[in-house]
Structure formats: structure tokens, C-alpha cells
Design a protein around this ligand. Structure first.
Ligand SMILES: NC(=[NH2+])NCCC[C@H](N)C(=O)O
Ligand SMILES: [Mn+2]
Ligand SMILES: [Mn+2]
Length: 300
């Protein structure tokens, strides 16, 4: 991992999904000592605080099939601006969430500077729905599609340009629950998906070797979007949409250690930590431990 200084940004959003509490994710991750770990690993680090998010009680859900569309657009425009400034200042954005709709803003902010970036989407889900294919209307299930330029124009055009990323340079790791429309989109766009089946079959080491080569060849940056529900719910219980049969604690560390060795990441976000559904902050602690591996911490 390069030793660029790190800027932490909190995105306490819960408007993109149905269960309360994920807005407390950034605090839980901070409480699990993220900043002191990062310092201990030798980085200069600053915490820019949180983006202001309206509470769901104070705003209207709207009548669209995309719940809280206008508020989500507005807060992600803000996040995109903050993340873009961080990149402009030569720093590494580390964004803490918050539901996964926030990837729309994070990626918009980075893509302004990295026109040809690779993305690793570590997740049980594809987050490739649109208002038409979504079973829930929850925008956290649409953020990867939006970043690829597919979906509601109010979201797709956040930051003033679209698409942000290229399907050929996008890799999903850990998928085990994909909706019908998502599977079609994956086929049509040729997105590489390493499902749990692949991880079982060829092992995480081989998966990450291939993933790293896809996202780092002919790209000018790599973003890691890590949804804690990519891990098995036994290891990361504090998530709103858990799916059994996930990536183990150790496999996820191996994945991030390999990313650190490859030294390709230019930004990262850790999302979907929901302390209300958690056990003694275990999921936030896992997020921080994984950050350590991502930033070069090794066993020996
Ligand atoms: N970021 C997440 N946890 N996404 C879960 C999405 C679940 C489901 N596919 C939906 O679109 O509603
Ligand atoms: Mn997920
Ligand atoms: Mn997700």
C-alpha cells in the first residue's frame, strides 16, 4: 500500500434501505478505533467528519419507485464534492457508511479524477437493480448500476457526468443473491462476478489474483467498495440484508492483504455496518481489522 495520507469521511445514510440503525455505522467504526490503527500503521490521517443526512422522519419518501430519491441525490452530490476535494489534495479517501447507496457519491467524486478506474465490489449482492427491476425500491440495491450509467437520470448524472465506471473493469466478489434483472445486466454488460461458488471452487487466492489483474490493467485507479454483508453473517452479523454462506473472516483478510500487496487501491469505502443489529460492535471491529489488512498490516 502506498503511504498517501488518508482522509476519513463519514456518510451516516440510512435512506437507501429499509432498516434503521445503519446511519450509526460511521460512529461504530470510529469507536472501533479506526483512526488509531491507521496511525499505528504509519499513515498521516485526518477525519473530515460526517456528511449531513436528513432523518427519514423529517422528509417525504416520495411517490417514485425509488425510495427517498431526491434526498439521496442531494446527499450524494455533497459526498461527491467532499471526496473529489480529498483526491484533489493528493489524499486517499476512506469513506465510512452508511447504506450502500453512498457508493454513488463516493464513486462520482473519485471518477472526476480517475476517468478509467477499476472497481472491486465486495458484496453478497450485485446492487445492479434499477427502479424497474428492484424488488424493494431501495436505492442501496442500485448503486453499482447507477455508477455504470444505468438507472434513474437524477442518480446517474450526480457529479455532472456519466457513466463513472466501465463494466469491463468492474469485478464483484462474494455474490450469492442476485435478482433476475441483475443477472441479465451482468450477462449483457460482461461484468466479471466471482460468486461464492467460484470462491469455494478455486479459492480466494486465485479469485483475487484474477480480480486484481482485471481491475488494474489499463486503469488509472482502483476503488474498493466493501459491503460488510459480503462476509458470512456469523462473522459480520450487524448488517441489514444478511445472506448465509458468505466469505469467511480469514478469506476476507486474505483478499485485502492481496490488495495491499498489489498496491493498486486509490480509494475505499466500508459500508452497511448497522450497530443496532450487531453484537457488541463485532461488525465494526471486523471492518476496522479489514482496513488494517488493506493498509498493509501483516501477521509477521
Ligand atoms: N447494498 C445492499 N446490501 N444491497 C442489498 C440489495 C438487496 C436486493 N437485491 C434489493 O435490490 O433490494
Ligand atoms: Mn450487500
Ligand atoms: Mn451492497
Amino acid at each position: 500500500m502506498n503511504q498517501k495520507p488518508i482522509s476519513i469521511v463519514g456518510m451516516p445514510s440510512d435512506l437507501g434501505q429499509g432498516r434503521r440503525g445503519v446511519d450509526m455505522g460511521p460512529s461504530a467504526i470510529r469507536y472501533a478505533s479506526a483512526q488509531s490503527l491507521i496511525k499505528r500503521l504509519g499513515y498521516e490521517v485526518e477525519d473530515l467528519g460526517d456528511i449531513a443526512i436528513p432523518s427519514p422522519e423529517s422528509i417525504d419518501m416520495g411517490s417514485s419507485s425509488l425510495k427517498y430519491l431526491s434526498a439521496i441525490k442531494q446527499v450524494n452530490e455533497q459526498l461527491a464534492g467532499v471526496v473529489s476535494d480529498v483526491v484533489e489534495r493528493g489524499r486517499f479517501p476512506l469513506v465510512l457508511g452508511g447504506d450502500h447507496s453512498m457508493a454513488i457519491g463516493t464513486i462520482a467524486g473519485i471518477a472526476k479524477h480517475h476517468k478509467n478506474m477499476g472497481v472491486i465490489w465486495f458484496d453478497a449482492h450485485g446492487d445492479l437493480n434499477t427502479g424497474e427491476t428492484s424488488p424493494s425500491g431501495n436505492i442501496h440495491g442500485m448503486s453499482l448500476a447507477v455508477s455504470l450509467g444505468i438507472g434513474h437520470p437524477d442518480l446517474v448524472n450526480i457529479g455532472g457526468f456519466a457513466p463513472k465506471i466501465n463494466p469491463e473493469k468492474t469485478v464483484i466478489v462474494g455474490a450469492r443473491e442476485l435478482d433476475l434483472g441483475e443477472r441479465e445486466l451482468i450477462k449483457n454488460l460482461g461484468i466479471k462476478v466471482y460468486s461464492m461458488h467460484d470462491i469455494d471452487r478455486i479459492g480466494m487466492a486465485q479469485v483475487m489474483e484474477e480480480a486484481i489483474s482485471i481491475v488494474s490493467q489499463d486503469t488509472d485507479g482502483v476503488h474498493l467498495s466493501l459491503d460488510l454483508d459480503g462476509l458470512d453473517p456469523k462473522d459480520a452479523p450487524g448488517v441489514g440484508t444478511p445472506v448465509p454462506g458468505g466469505i469467511s473472516y480469514r478469506e476476507s483478510h486474505l483478499a485485502l492483504e492481496m490488495l495491499a500487496e498489489a498496491n493498486i487501491l486509490t480509494s475505499a469505502e466500508f459500508v452497511e455496518v448497522n450497530p443496532i443489529l450487531d453484537r457488541e460492535n463485532q461488525t465494526a471491529k471486523v471492518a476496522v481489522a479489514l482496513m488494517g489488512s488493506m493498509l498493509g498490516q501483516t501477521v509477521i
